[in-house]
Write a protein that binds this ligand. Structure first.
Ligand code: ZN
Length: 304
């Protein structure tokens, strides 16, 4: 009895196993190529497989947050969105260091896109708009203390004005060409173009935005002349030509894109809030987004 039972069991087990295999074969056939593709990805991790190409594409792209500062003063009790205290700025730098962020400059980003350089594990760009003298008095010493880099976009008209009539007041003065030279020499600061004298809304134009009804030729002449004047001033005063145009007030016209590019700018900074995904495409460098750092929103709050 016992022997017969075992034989029966083995017989049923054999039928069961064959049936399982059969289901497997049927499944393999009916799913056809998708299963083949899956198994290829898992089993043959050659550099040519699509899985590897996908990973490579992802590793070539970097998330680069850009923070937008303006003035740094001893205290930030002015109620202005655009003034933060020296202590708050130091807290930002401490946080970035602790979290493993490496502040880079626009040239690092351009080199990465051009395939001439790599980016650190966690890159970030600290930008300062308008070129206030307080950037030199309060931000610069902290940038040196924490070995951090920053990008300052100046308004040429004010830098010329304060160079001619020096007045080192952190509350309202702007950087002189001498200050800029000193900051460039430190290796901690890169300077960029925030227009020569289009940082205004009182001349019938909103920053560098195209006027209503203005011809493309006229608009191009205005931008080329104004932005070009600051490019020349940079070249003559400090021997450096900015690579990046920072739109005043974030006021942007689509017609400016070709003009900015034709002028030789490799990148532009907007005031739109958000994260940048930088790959190997040079178009990725235009209209970069920036997070505004206000007295109420720390870099920690922005990044977390
Ligand atoms: Zn500005």
């Amino acid at each position: 009895m016992y022997v017969i039972k075992m034989k029966t069991l083995i017989y049923y087990f054999a039928i069961f196993a064959v049936t399982l295999a059969g289901i497997g074969i049927i499944k393999l056939c009916s799913y056809g190529t998708s299963i083949d593709a899956d198994s290829m990805l898992k089993e043959s991790p050659s550099p040519q497989s699509s899985a590897m190409l996908f990973d490579k594409a992802k590793s070539d792209e970097k998330d680069v947050p850009i923070i937008m500062y303006h003035s740094i003063l001893r205290s930030s009790h002015s109620g202005s969105e655009y003034i933060i205290s020296e202590a708050d700025f130091e807290r930002d730098l401490k946080f970035l260091k602790k979290q493993g962020y490496t502040p880079i400059v626009m040239q690092d980003l351009i080199d990465f896109v051009d395939g001439k350089g790599t980016l650190p594990e966690k890159p970030i760009i600290l930008t300062f708009d308008d070129g206030y003298f307080n950037n030199c008095s309060y931000a610069f010493p902290l940038l040196k203390k924490y070995d951090c880099k920053a990008v300052i976009s100046i308004i040429g008209y004010y830098t010329d004005l304060y160079t001619e009539t020096p007045d080192e007041n952190p509350a309202y003065s702007h950087l002189t060409w001498k200050d800029i030279k000193e900051m460039i020499a430190s290796g901690n600061v890169e300077f960029q173009n925030h227009s020569y004298n289009l940082h205004t809304i009182d001349k019938g134009r909103n920053g560098t935005k195209k006027k209503k009804g203005e011809s493309l030729a006229d608009y191009k002449a205005v931008l080329t002349s104004d932005l070009g004047k600051l490019q020349d001033a940079f070249k003559n005063n400090v021997g450096f030509t900015p690579t990046t145009f920072t739109y005043p007030f974030g006021s942007v016209s689509n017609d400016s894109f070709d003009i900015i590019q034709e002028m030789g700018f490799r990148a532009s900074l907007s005031c739109e809030s958000g994260m940048n995904h930088i790959g190997k495409n040079s178009d990725d460098l235009y209209m970069l987004k920036r997070y505004l750092r206000t007295p109420k929103k720390s870099v920690q709050a922005i990044l977390e």
